[in-house]
Ligand binder design. Structure first.
Ligand code: GAP
Length: 589
């Protein structure tokens, strides 16, 4: 485990990430991934794509990051995507009021507490501005919308927003995506891309930033019929921390299998449980320490405006539990909203096994009566009669039926409506699918994998820091060194590099400084294997231990144990690929 400072220092020195625009003083909440970080991030995204898109048979899309205002009116982000802002009356600095409460009291998840109560807590605990120490009691808390606003084209007639979640880019294309899926539920659509939130106080390095990468899956299901193939993850275990236990005095997370939490109703939606199982395996595969990991259910006041239930994957980092990903049951919230705000239908046609015969109430209003009677409102009265017949046929039982148009009641003789009931055969119905959403933050996953894989020890009397990153995501898979760049060893090593790169491995070549130093450099960026070309490789029995020459073999050194084995050069591409992909272990060599 690192302390946060060591990791941030290593991250900058070794090219993982750094605060961007440093030449201009840096800008809070924006980070640039250096060469090691960009490679690690890409590898993490690739493993996510493999697990959540390819292996699950989902479709991936890539939508714009700027979207027009109506999208966010419909989604609820314009009205409801707010954080609690409190401004210091003295220094003018803005802070997140709920974070000030959490940081200075034993209260957790203050985000779920109503604004008025947070104001009271600030007064009760006499909380002060973290920047200048001035008391904040009595300061009003404002709702601060987190979206970055922009204009689409010149002028301000068409406001747009940088998307605060990638999800909306999927929802708004639902009618077309459903066609690609041949209107067959369930189907899933994934997206990896940037999201933007104008966080009030970005903090903890990559953990709360203003531009970050989300990897999201929107799974569209028929809530009446579709069930996940739970067996695939039924035996996966994890610590679960349900809302009820968080609210209980001595409540603690407890270990259970996915099967158990479904059978016991702890996780109410089997689809959510299924993806918790998938995600647990995925987080483990990228280097998150499972002893510092748990699933926590949202408290009711904490849930986003769209979520009917939500569980977070959380990891312990620097003594705090941070949210790595959210698993929300969004029900039909988003599709219904876009259906009513846009001109398109956000439903799928669900075919019945057998056609069914139903009775349907119909009207055929006599317009020669409605026209003179209701003038310009006649058409609206006719529409209202039609809707009422469908909704409440009993309303036509008397001699007169009353409908409301623009707040005004209109009485119509039933005989003028031509009300009737007919039998129709229906082959199916339009339904609005429900949405299951595993939404993972890549930056937080990356930071956590780095934090959890950071180690320090001593090798040959020298201190070393190293990263135990899994080979599948390490920025570089192999470091190749000549013992020295002379007597043909450099040329030989460079040929090995070409060979390994040709096999698709991420390779770095290093011939500068003592060999021990070169190993340390690779250890620090988490390179799992190093290959050294020495005199024995060249067929010359000149190594220090007096071992017999082993022509065309090299040493392969494993990072964590520093153990070394000799491997024929001809076998290297296959061996190292198998080691990277987890098909062989170093002990097997
Ligand atoms: N579509 C659902 C959604 O956006 P969220 O819980 O707000 O849900 C999902 O975000 C994930 O995105 C979080 O679990 C977190 O990993 C990441 N995330 C959210 N805000 C972030 C921020 N300011 N900085 C870094 N990552 C963030």
């Amino acid at each position: 485990m690192s302390d946060g400072g060591d990791l941030v220092e290593l991250a900058k020195r070794r090219g993982f990430f750094l605060q961007s625009a440093g030449a201009y003083g840096g800008v809070s909440g924006f980070y640039t991934f250096g060469p090691s970080g960009a490679a690690l991030k890409q590898n993490i995204e690739d493993t996510w794509r493999d697990r959540f898109t390819i292996q699950e048979g989902n479709m991936e899309v890539d939508a714009p990051t700027v979207m027009p205002e109506p999208v966010f009116e419909a989604s609820g982000h314009l009205d409801g995507f707010d954080d609690m802002l409190v401004e210091c009356p003295d220094c003018g600095e803005s802070h997140r009021a709920d974070h000030i409460v959490e940081d200075n009291t034993d209260i957790e998840e203050a985000e779920s507490i109503p604004v008025a109560e947070v104001e009271e807590l600030i007064a009760e605990y006499e909380l002060v501005c973290p920047t200048c120490g001035t008391g904040l009691a009595g300061q009003a808390i404002e709702d601060f919308n987190l979206m970055f606003e922009t204009n689409i084209g010149p002028g301000s007639a068409d406001p747009g927003y940088l998307r605060p979640e990638t999800a909306q880019g999927i929802f708004i294309e639902f009618p077309q995506l459903a066609e690609y899926a041949r209107n067959q539920l369930p189907f899933g659509v994934t997206q990896i891309g940037r999201a933007y939130r104008n966080e009030i106080s970005p903090r903890k390095s990559l953990l709360r930033v203003r531009e970050f990468t989300q990897a999201e899956l929107e799974l569209f299901v028929d809530p009446e019929e579709d069930e996940p193939a739970l067996e695939a993850v039924a035996d996966v275990t994890a610590p679960f921390y349900p809302a009820a236990d968080q609210e209980a005095d001595e409540g603690q997370p407890y270990e259970a299998t996915i099967r158990e939490v479904v059978d016991e109703g702890v996780v109410g939606k089997p689809w959510i449980a299924y993806y918790l199982g998938v995600a647990k395996q995925w987080y483990e595969s990228i280097g998150v320490d499972m002893d510092r990991f748990r699933f926590r259910q949202h408290l009711s006041g904490e849930r986003a405006h769209y979520a009917a239930d939500c569980w977070d994957a959380e990891a312990e980092v620097d003594g705090d539990w941070i949210e790595l990903g959210g698993f929300a049951y969004r029900s039909d919230y988003d599709l219904s909203k876009h259906d009513s705000y846009s001109d398109e239908e956000f439903t799928v046609f669900k075919q019945y096994d057998e056609p069914i015969t139903v009775e349907r109430a119909t009207v055929d209003p006599d317009m020669s009566y409605l026209g003179p009677e209701f003038g310009g409102s006649a058409g609206a009265v006719a529409d209202a009669l039609e809707a009422l017949a469908e909704r409440d046929p009993d309303a036509f039982d008397g001699s007169e039926v009353v409908v409301e148009v623009d707040g005004e009641s209109h009485a119509v003789p039933v005989e003028k409506t031509n009300f009737g009931v007919e039998e129709v055969t229906e082959s199916g119905e339009h339904i609005t699918p429900h949405v299951v959403e595993p939404s993972l933050g890549i930056d937080r996953a990356l930071y956590t994998a780095l934090d959890h894989s950071y180690r320090e020890d001593e090798v040959d009397g020298e201190h070393r820091s190293y990263l135990t990153l899994p080979a599948a995501v390490a920025p570089t898979t192999v470091g190749v060194f000549p013992l020295m760049d002379r007597d043909g060893m450099g040329e030989y090593a460079r040929e090995v590099v070409d060979e390994l790169r040709g096999a698709g491995l991420a390779v770095t070549y290093d011939d500068s400084g003592a060999i021990g130093r070169r190993y340390r450099r690779q250890d620090e960026v988490g390179t799992p294997f190093c290959v050294t070309v020495d005199y024995a490789t060249l067929g010359e029995a000149r190594d220090d231990e007096g071992e017999s020459a082993a022509p065309d073999t090299v040493t392969v050194r494993e990072r964590d144990t520093t153990a070394q084995k000799r491997v024929p050069v001809a076998d290297l591409p296959e061996t190292l690929t198998a080691l990277r992909d987890g098909e062989r272990t170093f002990d097997d060599l």
